[in-house]
Design a protein around this ligand. Sequence first.
Ligand code: NAP
Length: 259
Amino acid sequence: MLTSINGRSVLVTGGSRGIGRGIARVFSRQGAKVMIAARGRDDAQSAVDELTGAGATAAAVQCDVSDWTSVREAVAHTAETFGGIDILCANAGIFPQTKLVDLDPDEWDRVMATNLKSAFLSVKACIPHFEAAGKGRVVLTSSITGPVTGYPGWAHYGASKAGQLGFLRTAAMELARYNTTINAVMPGNIVTEGLDGLGEDYLRTMAASIPLKRLGAVEDIGNAVLFFASDEAAYITGQHLVIDGGQTLPESLEAIANI
Ligand code: NAP
């Protein structure tokens, strides 16, 4: 199953921690060559050490996904290192939590640039490589927050994640001529270093509100990304998949209390 990933070149933005690191782990277990892109060198090197220690081919490149020059260089470096780019996992993101009344316009811009503009920049930079290969795959990491749900303090974050889905539909049409698909995963609450920072209370309340009664694991997202990136998913494009343990299903507190 999904043997098509073996030997493919994969760029994972935000692959140094959390969901991105989980995606990198899942792809490398399938024999893919994985490039980790992030700003921080230490976490990226630690991710590479983990993957290569398990026998995989992996490397890291320093990159700020909100900056066009940086993204172009990271994509070029990946193509040079691995002989092309087959799969882009545009995953890097930030989620500072600030209510509207306190939200500084600069923070709004920073969230938009890191989470939304970055999707455009990384896809744009990869197009020549998909064109050269005659095929390609893009998987965006969106969220349930924004496209499906709201949460106080995350107006900017939710707008950026909903914006990714708007971007995806037109991008899917334009990428089709390069035989390239683009889809999005929409994680619920996944246990990562980033989410840990939100505190014990947040994590406990969230787990209680999920029908499957646990937060997600990074590999839960990695496995869905792997499917979208596979040859087996060749005819799926412009779509999104919620992976949230059923969190967005209950209509009321009573509904979740009664299962
Ligand atoms: P995380 O643990 O904080 O990791 C974020 C990753 O993104 C790190 O590798 C970080 O590395 C990188 N990154 C952040 N800003 C960057 C920038 N400007 N340029 C390059 N890399 C950057 O976060 P996470 O929880 O894994 O979240 C990953 C993605 O999943 C995000 O898009 C997030 O919105 C989405 N998501 C997460 C959850 C969840 O429950 N965790 C739920 C829904 C969606 P550096 O800081 O070193 O650059």
